[in-house]
Design a protein around this ligand. Structure first.
Ligand code: APR
Ligand code: ZN
Ligand code: ZN
Length: 361
Protein backbone atom coordinates (compact mmCIF):
# COMPACT_ATOMS: atom_id res chain seq x y z
CA UNK A 1 0.00 0.00 0.00
CA UNK A 2 1.34 3.40 -0.94
CA UNK A 3 1.84 5.62 2.12
CA UNK A 4 1.17 9.31 2.68
CA UNK A 5 3.85 11.21 4.59
CA UNK A 6 4.98 14.83 4.99
CA UNK A 7 7.79 16.15 2.81
CA UNK A 8 9.38 19.48 1.78
CA UNK A 9 8.82 20.41 -1.83
CA UNK A 10 10.15 23.24 -3.98
CA UNK A 11 7.07 24.05 -6.10
CA UNK A 12 8.66 26.40 -8.65
CA UNK A 13 11.68 28.57 -9.41
CA UNK A 14 12.56 30.73 -6.38
CA UNK A 15 9.22 30.04 -4.71
CA UNK A 16 9.43 29.35 -0.99
CA UNK A 17 9.60 25.67 -0.13
CA UNK A 18 6.67 24.16 1.78
CA UNK A 19 5.65 21.02 3.61
CA UNK A 20 3.15 18.93 1.64
CA UNK A 21 1.66 15.47 1.80
CA UNK A 22 3.53 13.17 -0.53
CA UNK A 23 2.70 9.67 -1.67
CA UNK A 24 5.44 7.04 -1.33
CA UNK A 25 4.80 3.82 -3.29
CA UNK A 26 5.71 0.40 -1.97
CA UNK A 27 9.21 -0.58 -3.08
CA UNK A 28 9.38 -2.35 -6.43
CA UNK A 29 12.18 -4.66 -7.59
CA UNK A 30 15.56 -3.30 -6.47
CA UNK A 31 14.00 -0.53 -4.38
CA UNK A 32 13.71 0.29 -0.67
CA UNK A 33 11.56 2.58 1.45
CA UNK A 34 13.53 4.29 4.19
CA UNK A 35 12.13 5.91 7.32
CA UNK A 36 14.25 9.05 7.42
CA UNK A 37 15.67 10.04 10.84
CA UNK A 38 17.82 13.03 9.88
CA UNK A 39 18.64 15.04 6.76
CA UNK A 40 21.12 17.91 6.44
CA UNK A 41 20.38 21.11 4.50
CA UNK A 42 22.92 21.41 1.66
CA UNK A 43 23.63 24.15 -0.89
CA UNK A 44 22.49 21.81 -3.62
CA UNK A 45 18.97 21.83 -2.16
CA UNK A 46 18.99 25.60 -2.43
CA UNK A 47 20.29 25.37 -6.01
CA UNK A 48 17.37 23.08 -6.88
CA UNK A 49 14.92 25.58 -5.42
CA UNK A 50 16.55 28.40 -7.40
CA UNK A 51 16.23 26.43 -10.64
CA UNK A 52 20.02 26.17 -10.89
CA UNK A 53 20.09 22.40 -11.44
CA UNK A 54 17.20 21.85 -13.87
CA UNK A 55 13.56 22.79 -14.41
CA UNK A 56 11.93 19.54 -13.33
CA UNK A 57 9.76 21.18 -10.65
CA UNK A 58 8.29 20.26 -8.23
CA UNK A 59 11.31 18.90 -6.40
CA UNK A 60 11.24 16.85 -3.25
CA UNK A 61 14.28 18.30 -1.51
CA UNK A 62 16.82 16.77 0.86
CA UNK A 63 19.66 14.32 0.16
CA UNK A 64 22.09 14.20 3.13
CA UNK A 65 20.28 11.63 5.16
CA UNK A 66 20.29 8.63 7.44
CA UNK A 67 17.44 6.40 8.54
CA UNK A 68 16.12 2.90 8.93
CA UNK A 69 15.05 0.65 6.06
CA UNK A 70 11.33 0.02 6.40
CA UNK A 71 10.68 -2.32 3.49
CA UNK A 72 12.48 -3.65 0.43
CA UNK A 73 11.28 -4.81 -2.98
CA UNK A 74 11.84 -8.02 -4.87
CA UNK A 75 15.39 -9.18 -5.33
CA UNK A 76 16.95 -6.85 -2.75
CA UNK A 77 19.64 -8.66 -0.81
CA UNK A 78 22.08 -5.94 0.24
CA UNK A 79 19.82 -4.38 2.91
CA UNK A 80 16.86 -5.60 4.97
CA UNK A 81 14.10 -3.94 7.01
CA UNK A 82 15.51 -2.61 10.28
CA UNK A 83 18.98 -1.81 8.89
CA UNK A 84 20.37 1.61 9.82
CA UNK A 85 21.64 3.22 6.62
CA UNK A 86 23.16 6.37 5.18
CA UNK A 87 21.66 7.32 1.81
CA UNK A 88 24.06 7.90 -1.05
CA UNK A 89 23.38 9.54 -4.37
CA UNK A 90 25.71 7.36 -6.40
CA UNK A 91 24.52 3.76 -6.33
CA UNK A 92 27.08 2.12 -8.58
CA UNK A 93 25.90 -0.14 -11.40
CA UNK A 94 28.74 -2.67 -11.51
CA UNK A 95 28.50 -2.91 -15.29
CA UNK A 96 29.53 0.36 -16.95
CA UNK A 97 33.00 0.91 -18.39
CA UNK A 98 34.25 2.57 -15.17
CA UNK A 99 32.91 -0.21 -12.95
CA UNK A 100 34.30 -2.90 -15.25
CA UNK A 101 37.75 -1.32 -15.10
CA UNK A 102 37.69 -1.54 -11.31
CA UNK A 103 36.94 2.15 -10.74
CA UNK A 104 33.39 2.01 -9.39
CA UNK A 105 33.81 5.37 -7.65
CA UNK A 106 33.53 6.94 -11.12
CA UNK A 107 30.50 4.81 -12.16
CA UNK A 108 28.92 6.48 -15.22
CA UNK A 109 25.53 4.82 -14.79
CA UNK A 110 24.51 5.25 -11.16
CA UNK A 111 20.87 4.48 -10.49
CA UNK A 112 17.84 5.65 -8.50
CA UNK A 113 14.38 4.27 -7.74
CA UNK A 114 12.37 3.59 -10.91
CA UNK A 115 8.97 4.44 -9.44
CA UNK A 116 8.03 8.03 -8.71
CA UNK A 117 6.89 9.61 -5.49
CA UNK A 118 3.98 12.01 -6.13
CA UNK A 119 1.80 14.68 -4.62
CA UNK A 120 -1.71 13.57 -3.64
CA UNK A 121 -3.09 14.75 -6.99
CA UNK A 122 -0.65 12.45 -8.79
CA UNK A 123 1.90 15.13 -9.80
CA UNK A 124 5.27 13.38 -10.07
CA UNK A 125 8.04 14.71 -7.83
CA UNK A 126 11.71 14.98 -8.77
CA UNK A 127 13.70 13.90 -5.73
CA UNK A 128 16.87 15.96 -5.15
CA UNK A 129 19.87 13.90 -6.29
CA UNK A 130 17.51 10.93 -6.62
CA UNK A 131 16.91 10.88 -2.85
CA UNK A 132 14.29 13.38 -1.58
CA UNK A 133 14.84 12.93 2.15
CA UNK A 134 13.21 16.02 3.65
CA UNK A 135 10.36 13.56 4.08
CA UNK A 136 9.29 11.18 6.79
CA UNK A 137 9.83 8.33 4.34
CA UNK A 138 11.46 8.15 0.94
CA UNK A 139 11.76 5.65 -1.89
CA UNK A 140 15.26 4.95 -3.23
CA UNK A 141 17.19 2.29 -5.11
CA UNK A 142 18.40 -0.30 -2.61
CA UNK A 143 21.98 0.44 -3.72
CA UNK A 144 21.54 3.97 -2.38
CA UNK A 145 21.33 2.53 1.15
CA UNK A 146 24.66 1.93 2.86
CA UNK A 147 24.51 0.03 6.13
CA UNK A 148 26.59 1.48 8.97
CA UNK A 149 26.96 0.95 12.73
CA UNK A 150 23.66 2.08 14.31
CA UNK A 151 25.52 3.44 17.35
CA UNK A 152 26.17 6.71 15.45
CA UNK A 153 23.66 9.56 15.88
CA UNK A 154 21.52 9.91 12.71
CA UNK A 155 22.07 13.69 12.42
CA UNK A 156 25.80 13.05 12.30
CA UNK A 157 25.67 10.00 10.06
CA UNK A 158 23.51 11.69 7.43
CA UNK A 159 26.15 14.31 6.72
CA UNK A 160 28.41 11.63 5.29
CA UNK A 161 25.82 11.25 2.54
CA UNK A 162 27.00 14.44 0.82
CA UNK A 163 29.03 17.50 1.87
CA UNK A 164 31.19 16.00 4.58
CA UNK A 165 32.01 12.98 2.44
CA UNK A 166 32.81 15.29 -0.47
CA UNK A 167 35.33 17.19 1.65
CA UNK A 168 36.93 14.24 3.41
CA UNK A 169 37.09 12.35 0.12
CA UNK A 170 38.61 15.33 -1.71
CA UNK A 171 41.53 15.05 0.70
CA UNK A 172 41.96 11.33 1.22
CA UNK A 173 40.61 9.84 -2.02
CA UNK A 174 41.17 12.44 -4.74
CA UNK A 175 44.11 14.34 -3.24
CA UNK A 176 45.74 11.23 -1.80
CA UNK A 177 46.84 13.24 1.25
CA UNK A 178 49.19 11.18 3.37
CA UNK A 179 51.39 11.30 6.43
CA UNK A 180 53.69 14.32 6.47
CA UNK A 181 52.04 16.18 3.59
CA UNK A 182 51.42 19.90 3.57
CA UNK A 183 47.85 20.75 2.60
CA UNK A 184 46.09 24.06 1.95
CA UNK A 185 42.31 24.29 1.86
CA UNK A 186 40.73 27.33 0.20
CA UNK A 187 37.17 27.95 1.42
CA UNK A 188 36.28 26.68 4.89
CA UNK A 189 32.56 25.97 4.79
CA UNK A 190 31.24 22.49 5.50
CA UNK A 191 33.11 20.99 2.56
CA UNK A 192 36.42 22.74 3.21
CA UNK A 193 36.28 21.94 6.92
CA UNK A 194 35.67 18.30 6.06
CA UNK A 195 38.74 18.42 3.80
CA UNK A 196 40.69 19.76 6.78
CA UNK A 197 39.37 17.01 9.06
CA UNK A 198 40.19 14.43 6.38
CA UNK A 199 43.71 15.80 5.98
CA UNK A 200 44.30 15.59 9.72
CA UNK A 201 42.95 12.03 9.73
CA UNK A 202 45.36 11.11 6.92
CA UNK A 203 48.34 12.45 8.86
CA UNK A 204 49.04 15.75 7.09
CA UNK A 205 51.77 17.61 8.95
CA UNK A 206 50.68 21.12 8.01
CA UNK A 207 47.14 22.16 7.20
CA UNK A 208 46.63 25.74 6.06
CA UNK A 209 43.06 27.04 6.04
CA UNK A 210 42.19 29.99 3.75
CA UNK A 211 38.94 31.94 3.91
CA UNK A 212 37.68 35.52 3.74
CA UNK A 213 35.74 35.21 7.00
CA UNK A 214 37.54 35.08 10.36
CA UNK A 215 34.67 33.12 11.94
CA UNK A 216 35.25 30.36 9.40
CA UNK A 217 38.96 30.38 10.11
CA UNK A 218 38.36 29.98 13.86
CA UNK A 219 36.19 26.95 13.15
CA UNK A 220 38.75 25.58 10.71
CA UNK A 221 41.31 25.54 13.52
CA UNK A 222 38.97 23.44 15.64
CA UNK A 223 38.69 21.04 12.71
CA UNK A 224 42.45 20.60 12.50
CA UNK A 225 43.96 23.54 10.62
CA UNK A 226 47.45 24.28 11.90
CA UNK A 227 47.60 27.71 10.24
CA UNK A 228 45.00 30.15 8.94
CA UNK A 229 45.09 32.86 6.28
CA UNK A 230 42.44 35.52 5.72
CA UNK A 231 42.69 36.07 1.97
CA UNK A 232 40.79 39.36 2.17
CA UNK A 233 43.77 40.97 3.84
CA UNK A 234 46.66 38.68 2.86
CA UNK A 235 47.76 37.26 -0.50
CA UNK A 236 47.00 33.56 0.04
CA UNK A 237 49.54 32.31 -2.51
CA UNK A 238 52.38 34.21 -0.82
CA UNK A 239 51.19 33.15 2.63
CA UNK A 240 50.94 29.46 1.72
CA UNK A 241 54.38 29.56 0.14
CA UNK A 242 55.86 31.21 3.23
CA UNK A 243 54.31 28.58 5.45
CA UNK A 244 55.78 25.77 3.34
CA UNK A 245 59.43 26.74 3.16
CA UNK A 246 58.85 28.92 0.11
CA UNK A 247 57.64 26.03 -2.04
CA UNK A 248 53.86 25.74 -1.84
CA UNK A 249 51.69 22.94 -0.46
CA UNK A 250 51.80 19.34 -1.63
CA UNK A 251 48.03 19.31 -2.04
CA UNK A 252 45.74 22.35 -2.40
CA UNK A 253 42.01 21.77 -2.13
CA UNK A 254 39.71 24.37 -3.70
CA UNK A 255 36.36 24.24 -1.85
CA UNK A 256 34.77 27.44 -3.16
CA UNK A 257 34.26 26.80 -6.88
CA UNK A 258 35.40 30.09 -8.42
CA UNK A 259 38.06 30.90 -11.05
CA UNK A 260 40.01 33.26 -8.77
CA UNK A 261 40.26 30.72 -5.95
CA UNK A 262 41.16 27.99 -8.42
CA UNK A 263 43.98 30.17 -9.71
CA UNK A 264 45.17 30.69 -6.13
CA UNK A 265 45.12 26.92 -5.63
CA UNK A 266 47.04 26.40 -8.86
CA UNK A 267 49.89 28.73 -7.82
CA UNK A 268 49.88 27.86 -4.11
CA UNK A 269 50.95 24.26 -4.66
CA UNK A 270 54.50 22.98 -4.83
CA UNK A 271 56.01 21.88 -8.14
CA UNK A 272 54.51 18.52 -9.08
CA UNK A 273 51.86 19.03 -6.42
CA UNK A 274 48.15 18.32 -6.68
CA UNK A 275 45.18 20.66 -7.01
CA UNK A 276 41.78 19.23 -6.11
CA UNK A 277 38.67 21.11 -7.22
CA UNK A 278 35.72 20.12 -5.01
CA UNK A 279 33.88 23.47 -5.08
CA UNK A 280 31.26 23.46 -7.82
CA UNK A 281 31.49 26.31 -10.38
CA UNK A 282 28.54 27.79 -12.29
CA UNK A 283 28.17 27.51 -16.10
CA UNK A 284 29.40 31.01 -16.98
CA UNK A 285 32.73 30.71 -15.13
CA UNK A 286 35.90 30.55 -17.21
CA UNK A 287 39.50 29.85 -16.32
CA UNK A 288 42.54 31.34 -18.03
CA UNK A 289 46.03 30.13 -17.20
CA UNK A 290 49.33 30.31 -19.09
CA UNK A 291 49.62 26.88 -20.68
CA UNK A 292 53.35 27.00 -20.03
CA UNK A 293 52.64 27.19 -16.29
CA UNK A 294 50.30 24.22 -16.56
CA UNK A 295 53.12 22.27 -18.15
CA UNK A 296 55.99 23.71 -16.18
CA UNK A 297 54.47 23.28 -12.74
CA UNK A 298 53.65 19.64 -13.45
CA UNK A 299 51.71 17.51 -11.02
CA UNK A 300 48.01 16.84 -11.12
CA UNK A 301 44.92 18.98 -11.58
CA UNK A 302 41.98 16.91 -10.39
CA UNK A 303 38.28 17.29 -9.79
CA UNK A 304 36.60 15.45 -6.97
CA UNK A 305 33.11 14.10 -7.62
CA UNK A 306 31.40 13.33 -4.34
CA UNK A 307 34.86 12.95 -2.82
CA UNK A 308 35.50 10.09 -5.28
CA UNK A 309 33.88 8.02 -2.58
CA UNK A 310 32.70 4.46 -2.70
CA UNK A 311 29.86 4.54 -0.18
CA UNK A 312 30.11 0.84 0.69
CA UNK A 313 33.80 1.27 1.47
CA UNK A 314 33.94 4.77 2.93
CA UNK A 315 30.73 5.32 4.96
CA UNK A 316 31.16 2.41 7.41
CA UNK A 317 34.88 3.18 7.79
CA UNK A 318 34.29 6.87 8.59
CA UNK A 319 31.45 6.04 10.99
CA UNK A 320 33.75 3.63 12.80
CA UNK A 321 36.52 6.23 13.07
CA UNK A 322 33.95 8.70 14.40
CA UNK A 323 32.72 6.21 17.01
CA UNK A 324 36.31 5.62 18.08
CA UNK A 325 36.75 9.35 18.68
CA UNK A 326 39.21 9.83 15.81
CA UNK A 327 36.95 11.94 13.56
CA UNK A 328 34.64 14.49 15.12
CA UNK A 329 31.69 14.47 12.74
CA UNK A 330 29.48 16.05 15.40
CA UNK A 331 31.39 19.31 14.94
CA UNK A 332 29.67 19.80 11.58
CA UNK A 333 26.17 19.94 13.05
CA UNK A 334 25.45 23.56 13.96
CA UNK A 335 21.75 23.08 14.74
CA UNK A 336 18.97 20.56 14.49
CA UNK A 337 15.66 21.83 13.11
CA UNK A 338 12.19 20.63 12.16
CA UNK A 339 10.78 19.80 8.73
CA UNK A 340 9.05 23.20 8.61
CA UNK A 341 12.30 25.14 9.08
CA UNK A 342 14.08 24.41 5.79
CA UNK A 343 13.33 27.84 4.29
CA UNK A 344 14.81 29.50 7.40
CA UNK A 345 17.85 27.24 7.15
CA UNK A 346 18.43 28.45 3.56
CA UNK A 347 18.47 32.02 4.88
CA UNK A 348 20.95 31.14 7.62
CA UNK A 349 23.22 29.54 5.03
CA UNK A 350 23.65 32.99 3.44
CA UNK A 351 24.57 34.59 6.74
CA UNK A 352 27.54 32.25 6.93
CA UNK A 353 27.13 31.28 10.58
CA UNK A 354 26.09 27.70 9.93
CA UNK A 355 28.09 24.68 8.82
CA UNK A 356 25.07 22.41 8.69
CA UNK A 357 21.45 22.70 9.79
CA UNK A 358 20.04 19.20 10.09
CA UNK A 359 16.33 18.32 9.98
CA UNK A 360 15.53 15.65 12.55
CA UNK A 361 12.31 13.65 12.58
N1 APR B 1 38.23 33.00 -0.97
C1 APR B 1 38.25 32.18 0.11
N2 APR B 1 37.14 31.69 0.65
C2 APR B 1 35.97 32.06 0.13
C3 APR B 1 35.87 32.91 -0.99
C4 APR B 1 37.08 33.40 -1.54
N3 APR B 1 37.09 34.21 -2.60
N4 APR B 1 34.57 33.08 -1.28
C5 APR B 1 33.87 32.36 -0.38
N5 APR B 1 34.71 31.75 0.48
C6 APR B 1 34.40 30.89 1.62
C7 APR B 1 33.19 31.30 2.41
O1 APR B 1 33.51 32.31 3.37
C8 APR B 1 32.78 29.99 3.06
O2 APR B 1 33.42 29.77 4.29
O3 APR B 1 34.09 29.60 1.11
C9 APR B 1 33.26 28.94 2.05
C10 APR B 1 32.12 28.27 1.29
O4 APR B 1 31.43 27.54 2.20
P1 APR B 1 29.89 27.24 2.13
O5 APR B 1 29.18 28.36 1.46
O6 APR B 1 29.46 26.78 3.47
O7 APR B 1 29.83 26.00 1.09
P2 APR B 1 30.16 24.46 1.29
O8 APR B 1 28.94 23.74 1.71
O9 APR B 1 31.39 24.28 2.09
O10 APR B 1 30.46 24.08 -0.22
C11 APR B 1 31.57 24.63 -0.90
O11 APR B 1 31.64 22.87 -2.49
O12 APR B 1 30.19 21.15 -2.92
C12 APR B 1 30.57 22.43 -3.28
O13 APR B 1 28.55 23.40 -4.14
C13 APR B 1 29.48 23.42 -3.09
O14 APR B 1 30.65 25.01 -4.39
C14 APR B 1 30.28 24.68 -3.08
C15 APR B 1 31.54 24.26 -2.35
ZN1 ZN C 1 28.97 1.63 -13.18
ZN1 ZN D 1 24.61 17.96 -0.89
Amino acid sequence: MAQEVRGVIAPGKNEPVRVETIVVPDPGPGEAVVKVQACGVCHTDLHYKQGGINDDFPFLLGHEAAGVVESVGEGVTEVAPGDFVILNWRAVCGQCRACLRGRPQYCFNTHNAKQKMTLKDGTELSPALGIGAFAEKTLVAAGQCTKVDPAVAPEVAGLLGCGVMAGIGAAINTGGVGRGDSVAVIGCGGVGDAAIAGSRLAGAARIIAVDIDDRKLAKAREMGATHTVNSRSTDPVEAIRELTGGHGADVVIEAVGRPETYEQAFYARDLAGTVVLVGVPTPEMKLELPLLDVFGRGGALKSSWYGDCLPSRDFPMLVDLHLQGRLDLGAFVTETIGLGDVEKAFARMHEGDVLRSVVVF
